[in-house]
Design a protein around this ligand. Structure first.
Ligand code: S3P
Length: 263
């Protein structure tokens, strides 16, 4: 056997070790999820990820091919997150709620925790139209924007395991709610008008409240929408005074309960 053949054989053995390690790892991920679920332990443990990153950094300290190995681990960790997500939900998560209720923030957090793709509806529509939401309202009118929302929801039905962050007005149309429910669980994020005001007061991309950024106006518009929001929601999460981790943890458990995965 010449040297090249021996090297190739050794490489094959390395691949086998990696393959078996990965298969074992994925199984352990599922076992951990099952254990957490049946023992009521927190599903999200971001400190665990920080620990893994630190461990890898120290293991790779001074080693060659550091960046390449880190790249592979990033991929392994992301895939583990996807396995967890698929284990928890095999549908899309559709976030609804008033402007400033935290839809975008929670989408980002869920995406970081579960490597789920996020569709930020406002952003996608603005990108496609090549103008801001405020400009779409001004140039084409609200109805045009609402039609774009409906079209996008229909388009999203082909996808799975996504986080869809809706615009605040999306659930106002009954047909939109029907489209959301075809492929997703609808989660309503709610907050007090005072909390909403604090969150939106410094931004200028919400034409419906731009000239009326005050608690009474927000409160009145919220009240007008309350019935439709509530009717659309599969679950409601109160966000006042909670951080992203607490909100997402609650959201996951409520979805698991809804799917009969826990009692
Ligand atoms: C709207 C909410 C906005 C955006 C548009 C209209 C609404 O989205 O879709 O300005 O009718 O409540 P956010 O809730 O993400 O701010």
């Amino acid at each position: 056997m010449d040297k090249l053949e021996r090297l190739r054989e050794t490489l094959e053995r390395c691949d086998e070790v990696i393959l078996n390690g990965l298969l074992m790892r994925d199984q352990i991920i599922e076992d951990i999820m099952a254990y957490k679920g049946s023992n009521g332990l927190p599903i999200l443990q971001p400190e665990q990820e920080t620990k893994q990153v630190k461990w890898l950094e120290s293991e790779l300290d001074g080693k060659r091919h550091r960046e390449e190995v880190k790249d592979v681990f990033a991929c392994i960790w992301d895939n583990s997150k996807r396995i967890q997500a698929r284990n928890l939900f095999n549908h899309n998560i559709v976030l609804i709620g008033f402007m400033g209720a935290g839809k975008s923030t929670i989408s980002k957090y869920l995406s970081a925790m579960f490597a789920m793709e996020v569709i930020e509806m406002d952003q996608v529509i603005a990108q496609r139209e090549g103008m801001s939401i405020s400009d779409i309202f001004e140039v084409h009118g609200e109805r045009y924007f609402r039609d774009a929302e409906t079209d996008l929801l229909i388009e999203m039905q082909a996808k799975r395991n996504m986080v869809i962050s809706c615009g605040g007005g999306t659930p106002m149309r009954e047909c939109n709610v029907a489209e959301m429910k075809k492929n997703g669980r609808v989660v309503l994020l709610s907050a007090k008008p005072e909390t909403i005001y604090e969150r939106v007061k410094d931004s200028h991309d919400r034409p419906l409240i731009e000239d009326n950024k005050n608690v009474p106006f927000i409160s009145e518009l919220m009240e007008k929408r309350r019935e439709k929001y509530t009717a659309a929601a599969d679950i409601v999460i109160q966000t006042d005074g909670k951080n992203e981790l607490q909100i997402c943890e609650e959201l996951i458990w409520r979805l698991m309960e809804m799917d009969g995965k826990v009692k």
